[in-house]
Design a protein around this ligand. Structure first.
Ligand code: UN1
Length: 512
């Protein structure tokens, strides 16, 4: 339709797009292989993108290596100025880019805009940071000596991002990495290559306007093979990867084998504890948005509700009623709450998880299923569903990227916390309670074992200012706010002697 065509035009998306860009120019791949990007919204092919070859990859790496030599000498606040302009360019393109995110990935338009807002927010954050990047100073035990530490850039940062946040997660990484003085190579998900092409066109204008050398912002389109090249490449000191635990284990192992650094943001299996002292109406909003937002495809999606036995029936009645009001359909239509899953493979895995849950004894209070008929021809629209389960079912221990919500009943808060922590993943968690003792216990060392723990807020929708990431199989990395920038730099301790003697530390005497 015309709106989408206008948007593709505004974002400079062509029918056939090149396989890579080193910033100011797009490279012509030697490969004939193409990735076709289909919209899960209506099943239409949007456009095609060439896949990069290993030669293309090496061209990108060599250009990036060269660029780093000059980019690292640009003062950090000047690098921040480029990021500030990038934030401005994103503001100007928010509507178009947010709409393309919604159309190519399938999340609601509001969430598409929200995702671009996250990019703008991290740019603002990074601009301020560019005048900080603080090291500490400490007192030397030796007279007339000064000790301090400083932070230097690493070099090339490889960014592997997932389809569910096709643009924001790149921005979290790249905005910080740039102000820190690194150059970046982005390998987006092959399920959402066009939003990545659009982002590269947006930054391209900023790079040109500021005479930034080729190689500071690189995009490379490919599948797992490109991810493997990045992970195994000693020229890439840091690989930041977002996606499944399976992918993260492969990346972490490959990068670890060469003693490189990886920053992993992997699967979640996030729960909300609904206490007997919860505000139930507020809890419903948190739980429903958490479970069905982005059609259950956020790493922070609420997958489990752990509900106190005293409020169980009342809460579940409200919850089932709320699910009955959900409107599923075209995510570009703002009347709808839930859009499609990313593709038919995701639909198959959703159906398979429902079957597995039933086989283990799960009792469905709201049945799932694939929607057919008008408006659902892409075959990617599914019904959000709810099942009563036991926490130790195999399927409940596993992250299914779909709107399947599991209910578990509890008696004591200690038991609820044990259930909440009793999964291999450790990303996000929440408790709904108006009881101070419960809230504080949940946040204490005996409480949630996750990287994110909230009170009276759901599990998803984190702000940029905090460090984002999780423990256990979530991978341990932290991105975005707070001091997450340190992951993109190397620390150096410096001791300077401005006396005319050379005293040794620890009082050691060494006279010649
Ligand atoms: C993700 O799903 O990979 O906290 C990121 C949230 C979003 C980011 C999710 N700000 O839900």
């Amino acid at each position: 339709n015309t709106t989408i065509n206008d948007i593709l035009k505004q974002l400079a998306i062509e029918t056939n797009n090149p396989a890579y860009s080193t910033g100011n120019s797009w490279g012509k791949s030697t490969s004939e292989k193409l990735i076709d990007s289909y919209s899960p919204v209506d099943g239409q092919k949007i456009a095609a993108v060439a896949m990069a070859t290993e030669d293309d990859y090496n061209t990108v790496i060599e250009t990036a290596q060269q660029a780093f030599l000059s980019w690292r000498t640009v003062p950090a606040p000047k690098r921040g100025e480029m990021v500030r302009q990038f934030g401005e360019a994103l503001r100007a393109n928010k509507e178009a880019l947010g709409t393309l995110v919604s159309y190519e990935m399938g999340k609601s338009l509001q969430e598409g805009f929200g995702e671009v807002q996250e990019m703008i927010d991290i740019c603002d954050f990074a601009v301020g940071l560019s005048r900080q990047l603080y090291g500490l100073t400490m007192h030397s035990e030796r007279p007339s000596h000064r000790m301090y530490e400083q932070w230097h850039p690493l070099g090339i940062v490889g960014i592997i991002s997932a389809f569910n946040f096709p643009v924001a997660v790149w921005a979290w990484n790249t905005a910080l990495a740039w102000v820190c003085g690194n150059v970046c190579i982005w390998k987006p998900s092959e399920k959402t290559p066009l939003t990545a092409i659009a982002c590269q066109h947006i930054i391209e204008k900023v790079l040109k306007a500021n005479d930034i050398p080729e190689g500071v912002s690189n995009l490379i389109i490919g599948d797992r093979a490109i991810g493997e090249l990045l992970s195994n490449d000693g020229r890439v000191p840091l690989v930041s990867a977002t996606g499944s635990t399976k992918m993260g284990k492969a990346v972490g192992a490959a990068v670890g084998a060469r003693l490189g650094r990886s920053l992993l943001e992997l699967g979640g299996n996030n729960a909300i504890i609904i206490s007997k002292d919860a505000d139930l109406d507020m809890s419903i909003i948190g739980a429903v948005f958490g479970a069905v937002g982005t059609a259950g495809q956020r790493c922070t999606t609420t997958r489990r509700l752990i509900i106190h036995e005293h409020v169980y029936d009342a809460f579940v009645t409200k919850l089932v009623k709320a699910y009955g009001q959900l409107r599923i359909g075209d995510p570009l239509d703002q009347n709808n709450h839930v859009g499609p899953l990313i593709d038919k493979d995701a639909v198959a895995s959703y159906l398979d998880s429902i079957e597995k849950c039933k086989a283990e004894g799960g009792k469905f209070l709201v049945e799932g299923g694939v929607l057919t008929g008008e408006g659902y021809t892409s075959g990617c629209y599914v019904k959000p569903c709810i099942a009563e389960v036991k926490n130790d079912y195999k399927i409940v221990q596993h992250e299914t990227f779909a709107p399947i919500l599991y209910l578990i009943k509890y008696k004591t808060l200690e038991e609820a916390i044990a259930l909440q922590n009793g999964v291999p993943q450790g990303l996000s968690s929440a408790i709904m309670t108006l009881n101070l003792r419960e809230a504080e216990l949940f946040l204490s060392t005996q409480g949630s074992d996750c990287g994110i723990a909230n009170v009276n807020i759901g599990t998803s929708g984190a702000e940029i200012g905090g460090a984002f990431g999780g423990e256990k199989e979530t991978g341990g990395g932290r991105e975005s706010g707070s001091d997450a920038w340190r992951a993109y730099m190397r620390r150096q301790t410096n001791t300077i002697n401005y006396s005319d003697t050379l005293p040794l530390a620890q009082g050691i005497k060494f006279d010649l």
